[in-house]
Design a protein around this ligand. Structure first.
Ligand SMILES: *[C@@H]1O[C@H](CO)[C@@H](O)[C@H](O)[C@H]1NC(C)=O
Ligand SMILES: *[C@@H]1O[C@H](CO)[C@@H](O)[C@H](O)[C@H]1NC(C)=O
Ligand SMILES: *[C@@H]1O[C@H](CO)[C@@H](O)[C@H](O)[C@H]1NC(C)=O
Ligand SMILES: *[C@@H]1O[C@H](CO)[C@@H](O)[C@H](O)[C@H]1NC(C)=O
Length: 393
């Protein structure tokens, strides 16, 4: 399985926008009751709780206990829609009896089915007869290469969606293009909309255009997206010029996040928002909302009601097991730069990667953030799979 690794951005000519694609999936009926997103204000108070965990519970594999196969996968991101927690993963493969790969797709999804057993999920869109299908629609250009492992496109996510209403969310994915079996480059990002029909429990996944941004632009929202008040804040990590240390910020009104003409871009050097999208042609450290001394390999931003702060929980190596944290009272900062180690996860045979923090709260009575759910890809000799732990502060 292809794990995360940094690959230099190579030049890649993007094709014209593809046609609109939309696919629907029936989810199992299930009504969890203890899940909710944090209630993020634009401006919070001061950090008022410890960032050191008081206990950690290993909640095990994120896997479907009712299926007989062995599944390995990377990632990914989560989405809390109508109280349903839906997980999105990157490269996913099923192995046969001889440990051979019997199915492989670049993204999959699963829905949490048991609040008492957080790791238990139901895999969406697989069947004994049809195997496994990817969840996010490919454009015709991408589909053309989907079965060629050395030139395929992949759609990957390592961040959460942003619910714009109870039943609708937007989610920004990275578009990756392989140059060989093991080398790939970021080709850009794409925006996907999820609609969960409350009466039928059907999830509709819609992709309007191939590219939201191309490889030579800041991929706003692909690193992290979060709603605060009436805005969505969209963070872009500059992998190209800042050694993955600078994070740039855009915002969009919640009601028009899909319309990029309504986006504004933040310049931290003078704390202003502008309609002009900054060009990614050099390191722009003074304009970055976050600029830290450790590189950020994966991570995302959540709001913790319990800490009354925004938290960026991240790994700083592609192979890592130390969850580090930066904090801020508002999406625009000021962000700390001290890279505090919050928790050291058990490493697999080699390493972990792809850390993801969930704002969802499974425990009645506690505030969002008093327990954080943290997922990561756990590498074993045979493959990687997502594990999840509950961190209690
Ligand atoms: C986790 O999933 C992997 C891959 O399917 C499997 O090999 C492993 O036994 C599972 N571990 C547990 C504790 O269920
Ligand atoms: C996945 O969903 C699509 C769209 O509903 C459907 O055509 C396909 O057969 C499904 N694949 C599997 C393996 O269930
Ligand atoms: C890729 O493989 C899938 C599954 O075998 C098949 O349905 C699809 O038609 C193939 N696509 C191309 C472009 O060959
Ligand atoms: C921190 O402040 C917030 C906002 O006032 C409050 O909701 C939360 O309970 C506080 N956390 C602790 C640990 O006291």
């Amino acid at each position: 399985m292809q794990s995360l690794s940094f690959v230099a951005v190579l030049s890649f000519a993007c094709s014209a926008y593809a046609t609109v694609a939309s696919t629907s999936y029936a989810l199992p009926t299930y009504a969890p009751t203890l899940l909710r997103n944090a209630n993020a204000p634009f401006e919070a108070g001061t950090l008022n709780a410890s960032l050191t965990t008081s206990s950690v519970t290993d909640l095990g594999n994120l896997s479907d206990p009712s299926t007989p196969y062995t599944m390995y996968r990377d990632g990914g991101g989560a989405c809390l829609l109508n109280n349903e927690l839906i997980w999105f993963f990157c490269d996913t493969e099923i192995r046969g009896y001889e440990n051979e790969v019997t199915a492989f797709v670049s993204n999959t999804a699963a829905v949490a089915v048991n609040p008492d057993k957080t790791g238990h999920v139901y895999d969406i869109n697989w069947s004994d007869t049809d195997g496994l299908s990817h969840i996010i629609p490919f454009t015709s250009e991408e589909a053309l290469y989907a079965n060629d492992s050395s030139s395929r496109y992949a759609l990957w996510t390592y961040t959460n969606c942003v619910p714009t209403s109870g039943a609708r969310a937007v989610h920004i994915w990275e578009i990756v293009k392989f140059d060989s079996e093991t080398e790939y480059h970021t080709a850009g990002s794409t925006m996907v909309t999820y609609d969960l029909d409350q009466s039928t429990n059907v999830l509709t996944v819609t992709r309007d255009a191939q590219y939201l941004t191309t490889e030579d632009e800041y991929a706003f929202g692909a690193f992290s997206s979060i709603r605060a008040g009436d805005y969505v804040y969209l963070f872009a990590l500059d992998h190209t010029y800042s050694s993955s240390k600078d994070v740039h910020l855009a915002r969009a009104p919640l009601i028009s996040v899909a319309d990029t003409s309504t986006w504004e871009y933040y310049d931290a050097s003078d704390s202003t928002w502008s309609d002009t999208k900054p060009e990614m042609t050099e390191r722009r450290q003074s304009s970055a909302v976050i600029s830290t001394s450790e590189k950020i390999s994966s991570g995302n931003i959540v709001f913790s009601d319990y800490h009354d702060q925004y938290l960026l929980v991240f790994f700083n190596q592609y192979a890592d097991n130390k969850a580090r944290v930066l904090t801020a009272p508002s999406p625009v900062g000021p962000w700390t730069t001290d890279n505090t180690v919050m928790w050291t996860s058990e490493s697999g045979s080699a390493y972990n990667y792809g850390i993801l923090t969930l704002p969802a709260n499974y425990d009645a009575g506690s505030q969002v953030g008093e327990n954080l759910l943290v997922g990561f890809s756990y590498q074993t000799d045979d493959g990687a799979y997502p594990k999840i732990s509950r961190l209690t502060f």
